[in-house]
Ligand binder design. Sequence first.
Ligand SMILES: C[S@@+](CC[C@H](N)C(=O)[O-])C[C@H]1O[C@@H](n2cnc3c(N)ncnc32)[C@H](O)[C@@H]1O
Length: 555
Amino acid sequence: MYPQGVLVYLKHFLRRDPYCFRSSLQDTVLSSKSFFKKFRTMDSKKGPEESPDTTSAGADSTTTAVPMEETKPSGSTESSQTSSTEPGLLPGETVVREGKAAILFPSANEVFYNPVQEFNRDLTCAVITEFAREQLAQRGVRILIPGEKDRVVVRLSKEKNGNVDQETSEQPENEQQMEEEGDKKEFITASVGERCEQGLRVLEGLAASGLRSVRFALELPGLKSITANDYSAKAAALIARNAQHNNVSHILQASQRDASMVMYEARGRKERYDVIDLDPYGSPSPFLDAAVQAVSEGGLLCITCTDMAVMAGNSGETCYSKYGSVSIKSKYCHEMALRIILHSLDQRAAVYQRYIEPLLSVSVDFYIRVFVRVKTGQAVVKNSASMKYSAATGPPVGPSCEHCGQRHQLGGPIWAEPIHDITFVQKVLGAVSGNPTRFRTSKRIEGVLSMVTEELQDIPLYYVLDHLSSTVHCNTPSMLQFRSALLHAGYRVSLSHACKNAVKSDAPAEVLWDIIRCWVSDHHTLLKGWLIEISLFKRYCLLKLRQFNAYKNVS
Ligand SMILES: C[S@@+](CC[C@H](N)C(=O)[O-])C[C@H]1O[C@@H](n2cnc3c(N)ncnc32)[C@H](O)[C@@H]1O
């Protein structure tokens, strides 16, 4: 395990003699179970940023609700725009359909809408559903998800006449669990679209049109209330209209406030929200302090960051000022970004004797998204602090890498614990694959979550295979060959959902480079070998020159 503190990353461990290592690593085991598909599309739409207006009152959500239109099952729903003659439409407005929601939009793009983020919203619905299932089971509430077949569980009942009587049950697992625990109390059932008094209180701090909140109201069971807040007057008015248009005003209230103020006012134990969703333009950092205080005990924070340039190392100083952590421009930048936001959340929570438990952390398209539970506990907070700020251990390093001559870079601190709760992720994955028509992006959710469950949880960051080979100017071995070599050498290895061709492994860097050297010696012509020698010799000379200059400066 890496020390949870300043992360010293030794960029390359490359021996100068690429042929020095020959061993049975050349053998390969042909085994691979993961497939990887990365979808990277670019954020194209960004709504106009408006200045905060904290003076006006909440948007009116009390006007008569219009009847809810018939909604198609989401499996067949396309995220689509229709300029129709739908009731409630003002001139020039269009209707956007996503999931179960039909959202009115001014065509002038006055309020933010990004269709690319449908995956983000689908995934959030899937995660909150599992969170609700767990939380509400403790409150005696069982949730009903449309399209979800009761999971058939084989139970072994008590021995009857000496025989074990095997029976199958049509009860959902959590319900059985409640029974098994001897919990005889009556539990109630919560359905989608109904207000549930024992249900979750949800805040969407930066709601724009209210699309996400309307989807929560229409697709998530077990909700007591949803506050959809945006400081833009136009956005807040649109949220209220969309709540009416979708006939969910009994659950969803529009609010026009600064998101931080809404959260600071909800810091009292009784006012806290069970779920807080923050989906800002760029960085969520201005809202994190309020968010870690306003979420209930064991509550869920869902946070998006789209300031990837900052978090991926283009501006380490800005990253430090926003998140208290220096990012490094590197191949593993997407996972590092996830670990930076988790570190930042944990640090802010610790101020209030709280700590985080990451449930799921994903890098998708142009953004990252984390789902974390927040709990209170002085002992855990202290423990985490002592780990973080104890003196770093490990082999001391010089200013440059002894192998390739590149300067060492100092980054972090970052979150060094696991970034997912695999048991929780498996529940989300099971629910989505068992009910594939629930979301339009179900297949993609399944793909990403399957990758997540296969990642090595205790290995922070990764190497990128193309980068290893390009460093020594050789063709890239196949992932299968590379993974097999590592497995044969007795190390663990996995891919990562955050980057195509990523390799996570507990193998020391030297072993990885040795495998590359074997690959080079076996597959490359004399000429290529000669080029590699030259390039390595050049690096060696540079290193010596730097050392000489450093020596001159000291003496
Ligand atoms: C990226 S959009 C939100 C998109 C929305 N969550 C969705 O899924 O469609 C960001 C929104 O945050 C609002 N906003 C920015 N700063 C805010 C603040 N301090 N308080 C409340 N709303 C804010 C903007 O008006 C904008 O509508």
